[in-house]
Design a protein around this ligand. Structure first.
Ligand code: HEM
Ligand code: HEM
Length: 249
């Protein structure tokens, strides 16, 4: 059974949202302007929650409906590798938003979905557990980026080298060389921007540091991998201008 048009759309939509979410996650931490910082954090959280909803829906559909069969041209090794990669991608697309949600609640902030409604708090405010969720979110992001690159590289290899229908099955049956080049360019751009924003993370952390001070957080230590050290959050604390603004939404 091939991929349905509906599933092809979900795959494209999720891929594009993740291509925005990851660079946005790195970028937003470097923003100085308080209003913009809050807007970008809210946008990042809302898009993350959207991914969570779509992935839960996709997993439900996979369990309840007939699974798309692997392409007949794939070897046993390729089938095994793609199964592992797909399962890992699904796992990370759950770990990322859930750790983000837990991190926000543990930092004392609610999670709103595009200002339409607020999600229930999963945990109470706690600086220590907040640092754990923050680390999970941070490191899982790198595993996700690596997996996406392997996944996309495999798909492009099938399209350009093996010249089979693997990529066509999930995009468009009429996808030609130009379409493949467009997908390869978009993926490379995502990768380059993400790596650039991560590598320039030294500045990011410094600014996050300043933002925290600007928001009334008197002391913030930066840990060796660039994250605020345990127990101290790059978030403004409750009761400051930012958190009041946040909760008013
Ligand atoms: C954020 C980016 C992406 C994520 C999270 C993602 C995730 C996934 C997942 C979970 C599946 C398995 C679907 C299922 O059978 O349930 C899948 C399939 C697939 N994806 Fe992606 N994908 C991403 C980007 C891409 C890109 C950029 C390409 C192309 C270069 C691509 C090509 C494919 C192909 C060809 C399949 C079907 C593989 C097969 O039939 O064995 N994906 N993707
Ligand atoms: C698939 C979904 C998601 C992806 C791929 C993603 C990705 C990222 C990335 C790459 C970063 C920068 C690295 C880091 O500091 O961790 C980041 C930061 C962040 N994300 Fe997410 N995220 C997702 C979902 C969420 C959700 C749902 C929330 C909250 C509800 C969230 C809240 C945050 C916060 C608050 C930060 C900044 C952490 C800090 O200030 O140290 N994320 N995210």
């Amino acid at each position: 059974m091939p991929y349905s048009v509906f599933f092809r759309f979900i795959h494209l939509f999720c891929a594009l949202v993740v291509f925005v979410l990851i660079p946005l996650g790195f970028f937003m931490k470097a923003v100085d302007d308080e209003e913009l910082l809050i807007t970008l954090y809210d946008l990042h959280k809302s898009l993350g929650v959207l991914i969570l909803a779509m992935v839960v829906f996709r997993i439900y559909m996979r369990v309840k409906t007939v699974k798309p069969t692997s392409s007949a041209s794939h070897t046993r090794l390729e089938r095994g590798l793609s199964h592992i990669t797909h399962k890992s991608l699904y796992t990370l697309l759950l770990v990322m938003p859930v750790s983000g949600w837990l991190m926000s609640n543990a930092a004392g902030f609610p999670v709103s979905f595009f200002g339409l409604f607020e999600l229930p708090d999963l945990v109470a405010k706690n600086d220590e557990t907040m640092a754990i969720y923050q680390n999970i979110h941070f490191f899982a992001a790198f595993v996700l980026i690596t997996l996406i690159m392997l996944h996309a590289a495999g798909a492009l290899k099938h399209h350009f080298i093996d010249k089979d229908t693997t990529l066509k099955r999930i995009s468009s049956n009429n996808l030609g060389k130009a379409g493949g080049i467009l997908i390869a360019s978009t993926t490379s751009l995502f990768f380059a921007v993400s790596i650039y924003l991560w590598v320039s993370g030294e500045g990011v952390q410094n600014t996050a540091h300043e933002n925290a001070h600007a928001a009334g957080h008197a002391s913030i230590e930066v840990s060796p991998h660039g994250l605020p050290a345990e127990g101290i959050s790059a978030y403004p604390q409750e009761g400051t201008h930012q958190s009041e603004h946040h909760r008013d939404r």
